[in-house]
Design a protein around this ligand. Structure first.
Ligand code: TA6
Length: 299
């Protein structure tokens, strides 16, 4: 039996295959007429997505750990069921446990439009985490093609309400973060993590980067656009079921303290995260479910 057989619960179409990696974390490689993508079972983590007529859209650190129990640096980590440090338990892993455990593949099909549709499932129970002892099913559906659609559904499978945070912590590849501008969040309040979560307001200007930026934009459903003049491209991030957007680049000083980010790598990434965090945490009654979606397109 191949080690991934326990994660793969469906037949694979010819456009999807399992690729073993020297470091031991296997992934699914998707190859269609319009795009390629790599997705690890570990965290259902999208590591790469490249439309055929574009360069890599996602940034993946050359220094990332690819190791069971560790988060991959880059791509699209799923933060769930909490974001940042767990408020009730300082020893719990940052950004929740979903990015640290293996997800099962339950669907892999080619849609009539040529996109590949993948569904990953993660069943959580009271045993999964002492910090968050709830029963739920997280289902992550992807549609891979010239656009990338991601949908994270959480269904409460217990008989008491539960509350969770979530983020699709997407790392985008950019020519130089100091030259880009992110629009869509003008006139929006945000919490500035760099200044102790002080509440501030974005002026009527796009976001520009000149040092560390780590912000939770509040009560926003807007599409964000990363304008990257260096690579003459725009990345559009549209979403639904999400009330927060997190924007992050560590800047030189903080990046230096991160073992899985190379010293010259930080200018080439920016995170724009479709999220429900802090005041936008989702409360689910028993049997209720919630879906957060993000779609990426390159122009
Ligand atoms: O989303 C921004 C953020 O929460 C930052 O504060 C920064 O620490 C980053 O995520 C990375 O977190 P990680 O746990 O992956 O090192």
């Amino acid at each position: 039996m191949h080690p991934v057989d326990r994660f793969v619960r469906t037949a694979l179409p010819s456009s999807v295959r399992v690729v073993d990696q020297p470091h031991g974390l296997p992934l699914l490689r998707v190859s269609t007429a319009t795009a390629t993508a790599d997705i690890f079972f570990h965290g259902a983590h999208i590591a790469q997505w490249k439309p055929v007529h574009a360069e890599q859209v996602l940034w993946l650190s050359g220094q990332s750990a690819f190791q069971s129990g560790k988060a991959i640096r880059g791509g699209v980590p799923i933060c769930f069921p909490w974001f940042g440090a767990a408020s009730t338990d300082p020893t719990a892993p940052a950004h929740g446990f979903a990015r640290l455990i293996d997800w099962a593949l339950t669907e892999a099909t080619e849609a009539p439009d040529g996109n590949v549709v993948l569904t990953f499932v993660c069943d959580v129970d009271e045993e999964t985490s002492r910090t968050w002892p709830h029963r739920c099913r997280a289902t992550y559906s992807l549609s891979v093609g010239s656009t990338l659609a991601m949908a994270l559904q959480v269904e409460n499978r217990s008989d008491v309400p539960l509350t969770f945070e979530a983020a699709l912590h997407t790392y985008f590849a950019v020519s130089d973060v100091r030259q880009i501008a992110i629009s869509g969040l003008e006139h929006t309040d945000y919490l500035d993590k760099v200044e102790g979560f002080a509440r501030k307001r974005q002026a009527g200007e796009p976001i520009r980067f000149n040092g560390e930026v780590d912000r939770v934009y509040l009560d926003t459903t807007a599409t964000c656009v990363i304008a990257d003049p260096g690579w003459s491209r725009q990345i559009h991030i549209s979403k639904s079921g999400s009330q927060s957007t997190v924007v992050w680049n560590p800047g030189a000083d903080r990046a230096r303290a991160m073992p899985d980010v190379g010293t010259d790598e930080w200018p080439h990434m920016v995170c724009v995260e479709t999220a429900n965090v802090r005041d936008a945490a989702v409360r689910l009654k028993p049997a209720a479910s919630h879906t957060m979606r993000a779609e990426l397109a390159v122009r």
